[in-house]
Design a protein around this ligand. Structure first.
Ligand code: GLP
Length: 236
């Protein structure tokens, strides 16, 4: 693991954005997998800014969705697709043929097959940028889950259900998620984990100090190719 501790959220985002930009410039045509959630907003803004300045072409690579809540689609504010559309795909002008994402309104097994086939067709994931859940989940790889395929359907953990209103502005009776698996993510050429803020400090400490399936992020964090970028408030 390469641990980078930055002064604040903006610097964390800048470091992540520069790493992603270098990868895109050096690996055109490869497949990228970005997390939704709040953490990557700053990184997305900076990537879009770099594109506006002509420093990189975000349509020179492909994108695959990381995860989705089963039962919601792009019409629902708070769904992963809505977050990604509004904060990245639309402002970055990503062409429809450059991306494939989960549809939480379709049959979850079919969606997993669709995304797994896309990952296979692209020869695996080149770069992934991943946020970390309060319980150490990655995408919807919840504590203790072990998906043997590239994608899977997962029962949402109680901690994830309790964090759900942060995204949707209300409690929703969602019980499952679809996600790219830890296995598929661990096979990416480059892995970036990002975390910001005091609320993530306890789980970051656990991730750095241990490696086990109860903290899915720890399985990725301890790989040699992984870069864990946090800000000072998330690092105690
Ligand atoms: C959410 C999503 C993940 C996200 C993580 C952290 O539940 N399933 O894709 O990366 O938890 O989210 P945030 O960045 O909002 O803390």
């Amino acid at each position: 693991m390469n641990l980078i501790v930055k002064k604040n959220y903006i610097e964390m985002s800048t470091t992540a954005a520069r790493t992603v930009a270098d990868f895109i410039i050096n690996n055109p045509g490869s497949l990228l997998c970005f997390c939704a959630g709040d953490t990557p907003y700053g990184m997305f803004e900076q990537l879009i800014e770099m594109q506006k300045k002509g420093l990189l072409d975000l349509n020179s690579v492909y994108y695959v969705g990381l995860d989705e809540w089963v039962g919601v689609g792009e019409e629902t504010t708070g769904s992963c697709v809505q977050v990604m559309n509004d904060h990245f795909y639309l402002p970055a002008n990503i062409k429809p043929e450059r991306k494939l994402i989960f549809n939480g309104l379709n049959n979850p097994q079919d969606e997993c097959k669709k995304i797994a086939d896309y990952i296979k067709r692209h020869g695996g994931i080149g770069l992934t940028v991943l946020g970390i859940g309060m319980n150490g989940h990655i995408g919807f790889n919840e504590p203790g889950t072990d998906i043997s395929e590239l994608c899977g359907v997962v029962a949402l953990d109680d901690v994830t259900k309790s964090v759900l209103p942060k995204y949707f502005g209300r409690q929703l009776p969602l019980t499952q998620g679809v996600t790219v698996s830890t296995k598929a993510l661990s096979e990416a050429k480059q892995i970036i984990l990002i975390a910001s803020g005091e609320k993530k400090a306890a789980i970051i400490k656990k991730i750095i100090g241990s490696k086990n399936r109860d903290i899915p992020a720890s399985l990725l964090a301890h790989l040699e190719k992984t870069c864990l970028i946090v800000d000072r408030s998330a690092y105690i």
